[in-house]
Design a protein around this ligand. Sequence first.
Ligand code: HPA
Length: 276
Amino acid sequence: MGREYERILKCLECVRARTDFHPKAALILGSGLGDYGESIQLECTLDYSEIEGFPVSTVPGHKGRFLFGYVAGVPIVAMQGRVHYYEGYPMADVVLPIRLMKLMGAEILFLTNAAGGVNEAFAPGDLMLIRDQISDFVPSPLIGENIEEFGPRFPDMSHIYDENLQEILRSGAAELGIPLREGIYLQFTGPNYESPAEIRMSRILGADAVGMSTACEAVAANHMGMKICGISCISNMAAGISQKPLNHTEVQEAADRAAPLFKKLVTESIRRMGAL
Ligand code: HPA
């Protein structure tokens, strides 16, 4: 057994000392969904700081804890606060929570984030179903000794985002009357926002939205064979599209404004996942 796998098993032991909750789905709460905990019938919470060897986030506004409970009767674990690569953690730390949630029992990973709109047909407040991604601007979380217990050395990435889950998100949005955009998510390292030239490059590469999380998490989850889906909340148009400089507070506020619809969509989607 490799050292990294051993470390994750230790984390699992800490979790199991507190709860034997077995989630069906793991939900990552991005900006705007910070208070989604109110929509969960909570069984228990666990601060990241209580888990030995677990990386703890430093971003203001990101609480660091796992929420265990039920959404529409479906057992889930939600991450309130994630760890970002730009905080200085190695990629192994950034994806450790994803791997841990898989070991808790989660077969589905539901990713959410706030992102900058690159597609000029988008507008702030739009929700975008992630169809595929570009992760090449950050190191792969799979670099280094392969964790055989999780998956193969050279995993296929042809279908990172599960087709059935995409359909669930689409039909959930349609039933709720929530317009749902679709597109490609591109991850940059951050923490700086992009330059207008970088956004033009992203568009040429086929991106519809850019952000500082998510793609590396999806790579690690796909390696382990999890079924993945994701939604980006377009909190702002990316650099150079509008002439306004970007700032974190305004991005956060825009994500908060979109939150009510975002939460409804997440709940309805999880309800539908219960039937899988
Ligand atoms: N760029 C990168 N990440 C982001 C943005 C952006 O414009 N908005 C929210 N997260």
